[in-house]
Design a binder for this molecule. Structure first.
Ligand code: ASP
Length: 261
């Protein structure tokens, strides 16, 4: 069962596609048409879905820690499909697969992550995942969108786009997570794209052969110019494609662990 309490285009569809490909029955929980809108709690909701027969609950929720909270109250397997600004583990795995397919081993490779580092679960999961695979991860973005102490997760902090891109084998651009920001942290999209947007000109700072990623949704002309998004260097569609394979693997491994437990 997929339970998405936040919007999704790629993650939900690819989890559902992956589950179908493995021969599973898939039910898509509709938050607005459910009893959550009548005041039922998350814990009671998932206990009921488990009683209906869900072996796996794929959960996306705006609160950090929501999938862990769900896992505490059900026996079913719970997969985190994004919990607030905290983590998005299958996104990092699909990014790693996409990068390995293009660059080979990630050991010693330099990867820049640029954008709203403070509110991006993709940034956090990728810092963990890519550094575990031996890559050197560098993060950069407007100072108001950089969390204090991020380097403790095992990445470097670059102070400008030029510093972030220097020598990078790959750059991942991230969207400003407006839905998680109550106050104004940057003057506006135009100013953001002028300083941090990836354009054919800024890509000249990258070594030849280096690639561009973005987890989507892309705001064309803000994080990536249309020329960059649609260029040969862009792996954005490869990332989407990797998502199905990675989610098949995640589902199969979790279910196999359950069967053998
Ligand atoms: N789709 C990704 C996520 O759900 C990235 C984003 O929304 O900016 O975190």
């Amino acid at each position: 069962m997929t339970l998405f309490f936040e919007a999704s285009t790629r993650t939900r569809s690819s989890f559902e596609m992956a589950a179908h490909a493995l021969g599973a029955d898939v039910l898509s929980f509709q938050k607005d048409a459910s009893s959550v809108s009548k005041g039922e709690s998350l814990a009671d909701t998932v206990r009921n879905l488990e009683a209906i027969g869900a072996d796996v609950l794929v959960v996306r929720h705006p609160c950090a820690g929501a999938s862990r909270a769900v896992a505490r109250v059900v026996q079913s397997t719970v997969i985190n499909a994004g919990d607030g600004f905290h983590e998005h583990p299958t996104q990092a795995l699909l990014d790693a697969l996409t990068l390995r397919e293009r660059l080979g081993s990630l050991a010693g490779k330099s990867i820049a992550i640029v954008g709203d580092i403070a509110h991006s679960r993709v940034a956090r999961s990728n810092v963990h995942c890519l550094s575990k695979l031996g890559a050197k991860v560098r993060v950069a973005g407007p100072s108001t969108l950089m969390p204090a102490g991020i380097e403790k997760l095992g990445c470097e902090v670059a102070r400008s786009l030029a510093d972030a891109l220097r020598g990078a084998d790959a750059v991942m651009a991230l969207r400003i997570q407006q839905e998680r920001i109550a106050d104004a942290r940057i003057p506006g999209a135009r100013d953001y794209s002028r300083v941090w947007g990836l354009t054919p000109k800024t890509l000249e700072l990258l070594p030849p052969g280096s690639v561009v990623l973005h987890p989507g949704p892309v705001n064309r002309g803000v994080e990536l110019s249309p020329e960059v998004l649609d260029s040969d260097r862009s792996l954005v569609m490869d990332q989407v494609d990797s998502g199905v394979a990675v989610r098949m693997a995640a589902l199969a491994l979790c279910l196999r662990a359950r069967v053998s437990a």
